[in-house]
Ligand binder design. Structure first.
Ligand SMILES: *Cc1c(COP(=O)(O)O)cnc(C)c1O
Length: 479
């Protein structure tokens, strides 16, 4: 394979290596304020501080906070700041994790193990999860063998239906979930009602504030009218907040908080049944980097509350411009009413995926998203401070791109049926993904400039077929 370049016989100097890395990363999504997804960018100065802090902390190993006392200090500081930001009561505790997915996985694991201890009669635990909640709850269900029962949302507001949640509670229910806000629509679920229901039934209640937990408290300070979602809501037992999103830390840091230490005990794992060192882990990983946590610690200090408030103010202003400006363009609409800069934009009759291609051609990176449940296919925009500064230019381009869109293109039904058929057996094992990707213009892992056809197909098939196709695609990228 390519081992002669990746693992040479003779080592190379740093200049050559760094030059190669610069070349390798040149194709990555640029941080130029034109990416409305993946990037949570607060500018060069923040990145420099994060880089310096990351480098200073990367020698540590979070596996053992007694061998690396700095990891304990950093974690107590970062978790403490997050607890107070979400107005946690005396006695509340938390853990630094590697990201939102790990925080959510652990919230599910905590609920399962808490239930095993508290309600041993429950052998097939269930959790109630709004259909707009992040996919990582499904992953948690899959990994930890907790049944995920989907909860309907209001098709207009996209908020979870508490009536549906109430109706779906059974003797096996252990956990109720709400988002603050949901990723796709930026909408805060009725957390007060969900938590009240949990309290009434003596259940656990997790608020997934992974994406919004850092932003919303500053919005509230700025006078934005928001429904309650934090620890001041009675009945909320845990909250997750990602620092590697809108706290602008590099990837690899999130915080999972619990109302009591007793609940958190169900998150921990210990094992003394092998011949090596006795293990006690707070999270899923063993050896773990402290780099991102150190960087988060540094960025929090550098920006301070006032620095974040200013950034949040700019993002909120831009969000309002988008929420008003998008529906002012003929043929476009926003789904629901976002509480922060997470926007789902839909077309009315015009081809959505063609619109996405046109925006890409003008240098904007947006996120085409497929229909699921009550949520229509849409273009997702996550607004960061870099985008906020360019929102007028974006709206100008959007206006141009939305002109004369072709009507929505529906893939031929025989193609959709073929894809359903071939993915229905053996998880799509018989599918020639490589050939299919070549046909669709994917070369060396790079998507073609025109992606509308790919998105139309994925949007048209069932979630199961979509999953099989995407797994085949991913496998093709790593061989
Ligand atoms: C991003 C996100 C997650 C998952 O976080 P990762 O950091 O990508 O693992 C969970 N919930 C919500 C609402 C999110 O936006």
């Amino acid at each position: 394979m390519k081992s002669e370049t990746t693992f040479p016989e003779q080592g190379q100097g740093r200049e050559a290596i760094f030059a190669s890395l610069d070349l390798l990363t040149a194709d990555d999504l640029p941080n130029n304020g034109r990416a409305f997804a993946f990037a949570y960018d607060a500018g060069k100065e923040i990145k420099d501080i994060a880089r310096g802090a990351y480098a200073r902390c990367m020698g540590g190993n979070g596996l053992d906070p007694t061998a690396y006392p700095s990891t304990r200090r950093l974690e107590n500081d970062v978790v403490g700041a997050t607890l107070s930001h979400l107005r946690a009561p005396e006695g509340a505790v938390g853990t630094a994790t590697a990201g939102g997915t790990e925080s959510v996985l652990l919230s599910v694991k905590t609920a399962r193990d808490y239930a095993r201890r508290t309600w041993p009669e429950i052998t097939a635990p269930e959790m109630l999860v709004p259909e707009t909640a992040h996919s990582c709850f499904h992953k948690g269900a899959h990994y930890f063998d907790v049944k995920l029962v989907p909860v309907a949302v209001d098709p207009v507001t996209m908020r979870a239906s508490v009536d549906d949640m109430r109706a779906k509670i059974t003797a096996n229910t252990i956990l109720l979930v709400g988002s603050a806000p949901s990723y796709a629509h930026g909408v805060i679920d009725p957390i007060e009602d969900i938590a009240a229901l949990a309290r009434e039934r003596g259940l656990l209640c997790h608020v997934d504030a992974c994406i919004g937990g850092w932003v919303l408290p500053f919005e509230r300070e700025l006078g934005v009218d928001l429904p309650a979602f934090d620890f001041t809501v009675p009945g909320v037992t845990s909250i997750s907040v990602d620092l590697h999103k809108y706290a602008f830390a590099p990837k690899g840091i999130s915080v999972l908080m619990h109302r009591t230490r007793d609940i958190r005990n169900a998150q921990y794992y210990a094992c003394a049944r092998w011949s090596g060192y006795s293990v006690v882990n707070t999270t899923t990983l063993g050896s773990k980097s402290v780099g991102a946590m150190g960087a988060a610690w540094a960025v929090l200090r550098h920006l301070g509350r006032s620095g974040y408030r200013d950034l949040v103010s700019a993002m909120w202003t831009a969000t309002q411009k988008l929420v008003q400006g998008i529906p002012a363009i003929e043929g476009l609409r926003v789904v629901g009413s976002p509480s922060m800069g997470l926007i789902a934009m839909v077309t009315e009759g015009g081809d959505l995926f063609d619109l996405a291609d046109r925006l890409t051609a003008r240098g904007w990176h947006v996120q085409p998203t497929y229909a699921y449940g009550a949520s229509p296919a849409h273009i997702h925009l996550s607004v960061d401070p870099g985008n906020a500064a360019r929102v007028d230019a974006f709206l100008d381009d959007l206006r141009e791109c939305a002109k004369d869109l072709p009507p929505t293109v529906v893939p031929p039904s025989h193609v959709v049926e073929m894809l359903e058929g071939v993915t229905a057996v053996g998880g799509g094992a018989g599918l020639d993904t490589g050939m299919m990707m070549r046909e669709l213009g994917v070369v060396d892992g790079k998507l073609p400039a025109q992606q509308a056809m790919i998105h139309r197909l994925l949007n048209a098939v069932s979630p199961g077929a979509r999953e099989a196709l995407l797994m085949g695609f991913m496998g093709e990228l790593f061989t």
